[in-house]
Each structure stands twice: as structure tokens, then as C-alpha cells.
Write a protein that binds this ligand. Structure first.
Ligand code: SF4
Length: 442
């Protein structure tokens, strides 16, 4: 046993989305409570773990590569545990393909992690002298390790009830399960007490929050509670299903000064026949109307979206339709993802596969249109004043974000001065691609 202060150690690598990141942090808090410490390197750890992603083929490949890398790095006698979506969805396949792995623990069995590590560390007959935590879904755990950034993701629900034909998430994470508002507020209070001032709310279908529980209120009511927590300076929402973005939510997001007027709308495409084949509502025209409604409520609202390219049957005309939509919508940020046929999803049975080289070409074409739009939007903001949260210091500069930039997926603002966690008013002095420069004015 390689101990930190005589405590057994583990190493945890996290892959995938912000929701997986939150899961890892809750696992870390659970292990710390049980007396386990984080190793400084994988080769120092008694147990190495990978919190995997299984969203698409590419993510699964990365998960396997990461598991094998840690296998090579771990010291003799150390154990390997696979967690996350791949463990949940393909647990048996992972065990067969990688027999040298010591355990595969799916999302709904994280409460068995501490007893498992105890067995690995102290042997099968060891009896814990500490209180054993009753079985519970880690979704509801409120403890988190000390934050490393002045922002933190808070997962308010797990799973999804939507029928999108390309998506395996409901097969992995199940039906939507919302947390109760007091449980969420307690977690937010803990994060604020630990120095966080921007809360990024996440879920698979965030705007549908609360629909599955008998607690009063929906996402707008939850926003009222979270923004009322003293010390919360900014709340940001990620993963908004367009049809769930109703006028009441738009008004709250545009009028509540503590909420980033930042709309992360997962539109996926603009061509109606494709959206119907995806079992998704709307079309380019409807989405432009929604964007107009948002901009009527706040002309400076920031918009992000994600699009699937190469969905079965996608024609060159439909790619053009999406390109025209991008030009007309002029959204600030967008991600483009190649369609991935996911086993068990209805879309995987569809004919009309698009040649992979053609998909790459379409991705290049659409991404280049968006890069120009993003750069133009940033250039147009030169001379404006924004409130910036400083996330980190880099090469002697303070680096932060305004309401327009979500962490880790959008650009940043490089400032002439400031310290981590500080909120400053700044004037944008220049812009280059996704990033901007600014001087602090107060
Ligand atoms: S709403 Fe999102 S998570 Fe839910 S099924 Fe559709 S794509 Fe998947």
C-alpha cells in the first residue's frame, strides 16, 4: 500500500462531459470521506480508475486507450477499476475484452466503490471501522472536493426522456431523475463556501428539470433559488433542448442579473426532414424565430449550439440549408459532430450512410463558416465593457470569461491584470478568433 499519511491512494482519470466530471468529483468526495487519498501520479496509486465516456465510437476508443495507458503506468500489485458510461453500457464487453481489469462498476453501483476499494486495499475479510454509507445514487451527494476553479458544474438531474433517434444517453443514463431543489441548493452553498462564484447548471435535458418529481417548480423556480444563494455571482445553463426554451425561461435568463444571458441550444440540424428522422422538433425557420425571441428579450444574448453532420440520408442541399441557417442565425459558438451510428439506437438502422470522407468535408465546410461568424462577433465587441470572472493566471496574464463564454468550450478573455476568482469590469480592446483581450476598468 502506497500511502499518503498512511492512507491508501487512488488515481482517477475522467473522460467525457461536464456531467461525468461532476460524477468523478462526487466519487472523490466519497473516497476522501472513507479515508482514501489522491495519488500524485498513476504509478504511485494503489488503485487506478477511469471514468469513461461511451457517447460515440470515438469516445469509446479514447476510453479504451486511456484504460490501457493506465494499465501500463500502474505499479505492480495496483488495481484497475473502470467506471462511467462504458462500464454502465458495455460492462460485460469490457470485462471480456480487458480481463486484466480488476472491476467494472456501472453508474448505478457507485455506492459499492468504497467496499470494493476496501477489499482491494485491506483484503476480503477486512471489516470497516467507519460508518458505512447507506446505498444511494451519487447524483444526490452534495459533498465535492475543494474546487480548483472559481466556477463549478452542478448536475441537477440525471438521464433523459427524449426520443432522439441517434442518441444512446437514455440507454446509458436511463429516464430523467431530477434532484430536489433543497438538495441542489445545499450543494451550491457548499461550493460557494469553498470559493466558487459561478455555478454552471448541467443535465441531459436541463430545461425539463423537475418535470419528473412532485416537488413544486421547474427550472425557472430552481434558478430563483440558486441565484438567491449568497455569494453566487453568475449562474449559467448548459444543454437546452430548443422546444423546452419557453418564454418564461427566456425572460428569467435575460432579466435576472445573476444569470448569464447565454443560451446553449442543442439544435442538431436545420433541415426539417433530417430533424424528423432524428425525432426532434422544429426546423431552421422555427429556430430563427426562437433566436429572434431571445434577442428581443436581450439584444446582447450569447448563443451556442451543436450540430450533427452526416446523419443518414443527409444531402448536399441539406448541408447548404444548414450553412444558410448558420449565416442567418449568426450564433456566437457552435460545435459540429460527425454522426456516429450507436448500437441500439433507431437511427443506426437507417439507410443512406454518408461517405466518411464526405462527412469530413462537410464538417470542414460548416466549421469554417462558424469560425468566421465567431470571429466577427468577437470583433464587433471591441470597445464594449463586460464583467469578467478570472479563472486562472497564464504566462503572467489573467485569463477569464464574461457571460458570453462558457468554461472549457468557448474562447477566453485575456486581461492586463487581476487575480483568480476576482470579478472585474473590463473593456474589450481586441479580438482574434475565439479569444479577446481587455483592460480592467474597475
Ligand atoms: S435530448 Fe439530448 S440526451 Fe436526450 S435523447 Fe436527445 S440528444 Fe440524447
Amino acid at each position: 500500500m502506497n500511502s499518503v499519511a498512511n492512507r491508501p491512494t487512488y488515481w482517477l482519470t475522467t473522460l467525457g462531459c461536464a456531467k461525468n466530471q461532476v460524477d468523478s468529483e462526487k466519487v472523490e468526495a466519497m473516497l476522501a470521506e472513507a479515508g482514501y487519498a489522491v495519488a500524485s501520479t498513476p504509478s504511485m496509486a494503489d488503485v487506478v480508475m477511469v471514468n469513461t465516456c461511451a457517447f460515440i465510437e470515438e469516445a469509446r476508443r479514447e476510453s479504451v486507450e486511456t484504460i490501457l495507458e493506465l494499465q501500463d503506468e500502474r505499479r505492480d500489485g495496483a488495481r484497475t477499476i473502470v467506471l462511467g458510461c462504458m462500464a454502465q453500457r458495455f460492462g460485460t464487453e469490457v470485462e471480456k475484452a480487458l480481463p486484466e481489469i480488476d472491476a467494472v462498476v456501472g453508474l448505478d453501483r457507485y455506492d459499492s466503490l468504497v467496499p470494493l476499494l476496501d477489499r482491494f486495499t485491506y483484503g476480503p475479510d477486512w471489516q470497516p471501522v467507519r460508518l458505512v454509507r447507506p446505498a444511494m445514487d451519487i447524483l444526490h451527494l452534495v459533498n465535492r472536493p475543494a474546487p480548483t476553479m472559481p466556477y463549478a458544474y452542478v448536475k441537477v438531474a440525471e438521464g433523459c426522456d427524449k426520443p432522439c433517434t441517434f442518441c444512446a444517453i437514455p440507454l446509458i443514463r436511463g429516464k430523467q431523475r431530477s434532484r430536489r431543489p433543497p438538495n441542489i441548493v445545499e450543494e451550491v452553498e457548499g461550493l460557494v463556501a469553498a470559493g466558487v462564484s459561478e455555478i454552471v447548471l448541467v443535465a441531459q435535458d436541463l430545461a425539463a428539470y423537475g418535470r419528473d418529481i412532485d416537488a413544486p417548480g421547474d427550472i425557472v423556480d430552481l434558478l430563483g433559488l440558486v441565484t438567491a444563494v449568497e455569494g453566487v455571482e453568475r449562474v449559467r445553463l448548459l444543454y437546452l433542448y430548443p422546444k423546452e426554451v419557453r418564454p418564461r425561461l427566456v425572460a428569467e435568463m435575460c432579466q435576472n442579473p445573476k444569470i448569464a444571458s447565454y443560451f446553449d441550444l442543442s439544435l442538431q440540424h436545420a433541415a426539417q426532414p433530417l430533424l424528423r428522422a432524428m425525432k426532434r422538433p422544429g426546423n431552421g425557420e422555427r429556430f430563427l424565430q426562437l433566436i429572434d425571441q431571445i434577442r428581443e428579450a436581450d439584444a446582447d444574448a450569447a448563443l451556442r449550439s451543436s450540430f450533427i453532420v452526416g446523419f443518414p440520408g443527409e444531402s448536399a442541399e441539406q448541408v447548404e440549408e444548414l450553412a444558410e441557417f448558420l449565416e442567418a442565425a449568426s450564433i456566437d459558438w457552435a460545435g459540429f459532430f460527425p454522426y456516429s451510428a450507436e448500437e441500439g439506437t433507431p437511427a443506426a438502422m437507417l439507410d443512406g450512410r454518408v461517405d466518411p470522407d464526405e462527412v469530413s468535408e462537410r464538417l470542414r465546410y460548416l466549421s469554417s463558416i462558424q469560425e468566421n461568424l465567431t470571429a466577427e462577433a468577437n470583433l464587433a465587441s471591441v470597445g464594449s465593457r463586460v464583467r469578467v470572472l478570472i479563472d486562472q493566471l497564464e504566462d503572467g496574464s489573467a485569463v477569464g470569461r464574461s457571460y458570453r463564454e462558457a468554461p472549457e468550450i468557448d474562447g477566453v478573455i485575456v486581461l492586463d491584470r487581476g487575480s483568480v476568482g476576482e470579478w472585474v469590469d473590463a473593456e474589450i480592446t481586441s479580438a482574434y478568433g475565439t479569444d479577446r483581450e481587455a483592460v480592467v476598468v474597475g
